[in-house]
Design a protein around this ligand. Structure first.
Ligand code: 0X9
Ligand code: ZN
Length: 517
């Protein structure tokens, strides 16, 4: 992993927030989109049908060899130092301080801002991100111990390394522990807070003025607050009423709207594609990429390819709006939604990508509220995931593809995610995935790994991709956008356009396939 071990170079910048636009032009509550010619209702397809799984030779051969990579508990869990809470406390609402779900001993200190209504922000000053080689045996166990002691958090990894957030107070201890076992690592981010501060610089005055004249505040040079994103969706619906419509399909825990935008020229023969982003709050490149698609297709529809025009596009760019907003004002590295922990203040939130109702509760999920992969008390317990399920149930559209955008790692993953098995048509999913990966590499130079989710990453049940596949939506993919760990979740804004361009090229390949189905 020598070449991965580069020195840290940081650019100067500051964080900014921009104002939003008023909400306009939603469909009335309860008012539905005009029905499309329905070919089938995905939700009517029996779950048992989707359970016909085929163990591919590749999958069977590639049983977990790397301890860390293949066990999500060892890859993405960020345990709090508290005793595990295995039972959900009684649902007695009570005021919950707006602080990070980390232990109080956590040295990623919370700056106390005591002004009324001011959210206390988690400060990552001095926290580091290390790329730790997992080639030696026993690394997994050591990392687990360090995590239990609340010295580290684990971010993402593959067969050869894992990215580890080392808390400021723990740098010395963790250095010693790794050195003692001769485990190789490199410091990738020396001061995480500095990187966070520099990630999303404010716009210059000209750009800000331009925004005001455009009628919306979106651009792809910045990461935006929810208000800007929703304002942009409403702007498009108002500007192109014959083509674009916005519907609120539900509300989050904290009452934020789940806005779904449809682009359709109304041809009854159109297939449908559903795309969501922002299921994990801290993965900011995801909503940025999904809104980039929306902009491209809505603003250029007349001159777009037939492959694009012959599809009804459904976009939900921020599926976890509470979490997303919390990453802007509270904790930049928040992952889950913001379900209240009713008294267990460190342990709010459900991992929405463990809450979907297919194989819910299986591998790679946790019943510990404090876990980063807490699956919730039951399938679809969360308003955000439930809204998706309800939408699909009530929609007459002919969904042929479901894409859910995450970060990071540069993976194109198809089902199943719940275990090391693949669906009967996995070869077609793999072939299309490979084509998409090739075009991303040609367009933007980013290399993606294509494979079955559980086998390529780790088993994790209750994911939205598996659920969509189980509803009969043929081309279901989780796309882990850039990068591969240099910046991880804290990807500078200069990456938005190249990442989104590559992803759009892949989307065109998918559209071509959908039109052939
Ligand atoms: O663990 C996840 O939810 C996804 N990775 S992430 O780093 N963005 O959190 C991968 C999900 C893959 N799909 C399933 N396991 N169903
Ligand atoms: Zn994710």
């Amino acid at each position: 992993m020598g070449s991965l071990m580069q020195a840290v170079v940081l650019a100067l910048a500051t964080t900014t927030f921009v104002l939003g636009t008023p909400l306009v032009n939603d469909l009335e509550p309860g008012q539905d989109w005009p029905p499309r010619n329905s070919v089938r209702q995905p939700s009517e397809i029996a779950e048992s049908e989707s359970e016909k799984v085929v163990k591919s030779p590749e999958v069977l051969e590639k049983q977990p060899t790397n301890e860390v990579q293949n066990n999500v508990e060892d890859v993405v869990v960020i345990e709090a130092s508290k005793e595990p809470v295995n039972e959900v406390p009684p649902e007695v609402p009570q005021a919950e301080p707006l602080v990070n779900a980390q232990s109080e001993s956590d040295s990623a200190q919370v700056k106390s801002g005591n002004l009324k209504n001011e959210v206390e922000r988690v400060d990552y000053t001095g926290a580091q991100v290390w790329k730790v080689s997992t080639e030696k045996t026993g690394v997994k166990q050591l990392l687990r111990q360090l995590r239990r002691k609340n010295l580290i958090q684990t971010w993402a990894g593959n067969g050869t390394y894992i990215d580890v957030l080392v808390k400021p107070h723990a740098v010395e201890n963790v250095t010693e522990a790794l050195n003692k076992e001769n485990i190789r690592y490199v410091i990738v981010i020396e001061n995480l807070q500095k990187m966070i501060d520099e990630e999303n610089p404010p716009l210059d005055e000209n750009e800000a003025e331009l925004q005001d004249r455009r009628g919306h505040r979106m651009n792809w040079k910045q990461y935006h607050r929810l208000e800007d994103i929703h304002g942009f969706l409403d702007y498009l619906a108002k500007t192109y009423p014959a083509l674009v419509s916005v519907k609120t399909i539900g509300k989050s825990h904290e009452g934020r709207e789940l806005k779904l935008l449809r682009i359709s020229d109304g041809k009854p023969t159109n297939k449908a594609v559903f795309i969501d982003g922002g299921i994990h709050a801290r993965e900011w490149i995801s909503p940025a990429t999904v809104t980039y698609f929306i902009n491209q297709i809505a603003e250029n529809f007349d001159v777009e390819s037939d492959d694009i025009k012959n599809i009804d596009w459904y976009f939900l760019p921020v599926l976890n709006p509470d979490g997303y907003e919390f990453t802007h004002v509270g904790d930049r590295l928040w992952r889950k939604n913001r379900r209240s922990s009713y008294g267990v203040r460190q342990c709010s939130g459900v991992d929405l990508n463990r809450n979907f109702g297919y194989r819910w509760g299986g591998k790679g999920t946790s019943n510990n509220q404090c876990s980063e992969i807490y699956r919730g008390p039951r399938a679809f317990s969360e308003p955000e995931s439930k809204a998706i399920s309800d939408f699909f149930k009530s929609s007459a559209a002919n969904f042929t593809a479901y894409l859910t955008y995450h970060s990071y790692g540069q993976y194109l993953l198809y089902p199943w995610g719940y275990d090391n098995v693949v669906p009967p048509d996995y070869k077609q999913l793999d072939a299309l995935g490979q084509k998409m990966a090739a075009v991303i590499e040609n367009t933007s130079g980013y290399k993606y790994t294509v494979g079955a989710s559980s086998n390529t990453l780790y088993p994790a049940a209750g994911g939205s991709d598996d659920w969509a596949k189980a509803q009969g939506i043929k081309y279901s993919y989780t796309i882990e956008l850039s990068d591969t760990g240099r910046y991880g979740f804290v990807l500078p804004t200069t990456y938005i356009e190249p990442v989104a361009k590559g992803s759009l090229a892949a989307l065109r390949v998918l559209a071509a396939q959908v039109n052939k189905e």
